[in-house]
Design a protein around this ligand. Sequence first.
Ligand SMILES: *Cc1c(COP(=O)(O)O)cnc(C)c1O
Length: 373
Amino acid sequence: MRPETLAIHAGHIDDYSRAVMSPIVLSTTFERGEDGLSFPSGYIYSRYDNPNRHALEEKLNLLEQGSECISFASGLTAAMAVFHSLGTGSHIILPDDIYFGVRSIAENVYKTWGLSFTAVDMSRLDHIAQAIRPQTKLIWTETPSNPQLKITDLAAVVDLAKSHKLLTACDNTWATPYFQQPLALGIDIVHHSTTKYLGGHSDILGGALVFKEKTELSELVRLYQKTGGAVPSPFDCWLLSRSLATFHARMPIHARNAMQLAEFLQSHPQIEQVLYPGLPQNPYHEVAKKQMLGGFGGMLSILVKGGQAEALKIATNLKIFKHATSLGGVESLIEHRKSIEGALSPSPENLLRVSVGIEHIDDLLEDFAQALA
Ligand SMILES: *Cc1c(COP(=O)(O)O)cnc(C)c1O
């Protein structure tokens, strides 16, 4: 079956009712078999596994074409599980432009654990190569990056990593499997904040890892999930699985709207620069075209003429675009990143990050036209 069909039908939960849409199984415990020892349903206790979680992982695994999917209660818990699995004394390489929460766990949570990192411009392969040390275990990529939409050449990173026997991970939250299939390019682990496009409606928090191969490492991460219990609830799994049914219908509209908005903003006199890899003059366009599939996603950033005050004024003037954090929902959002990330944020003062929703494009263009007037 093709991804569009799998996103609707994979992981269906059969119960006695012959329900066409999957039920939610809230029970935390599952009955043993007649022999007193077996668990005929395969389920024991819901921290270990639950039918809705199992179904969700099956669907996500198929969409990313992996061998093993492990879901978590948030995107950051999923990232923590990867960092944790490397062991103390490890060194990792992160993008200099990265979702600030991932950098923050490396910097603050894992400091006392003995994990060190180097942040480099991952649009430059030579910069990544120079950061490799004897203790390096992992190259963690994020492409397009947050919030400056830099593009990393994933196939090139995989070649480099292989020659040094390093693991590779890709935060595929922004591109989603609709526009980018990192495992097919040789990446070992795909990371998701399912809170974003996979959830798609800004009402579920979640994370997932999809492994190219089932290995000792994926087994270890599975152990963290089952024994730690930072898992999505049955209801969140059910909601996310339901959201995935419309994933393939939503994504091309996000990308089409983002492209049109990028073109409109680029020619506006109050905008200094539009950061969107879909624009032919974008410095990362060629690499993005090579590795992204039929579109460039629904995220873009703009550098407005002026500084923080001018940027905040535009964010406030917009009516349809809500000034709020997060991204990937059907509704359009805009955010001034510097003021949420704090003083040490590398995000420029005049940068606004835009999550382009699936509203009618003319309404979105008119909203920007009035906000910039
Ligand atoms: C939101 C986000 C995360 C963190 O995920 P949570 O679900 O908020 O924990 C990680 N990476 C990227 C790219 C994100 O956008």
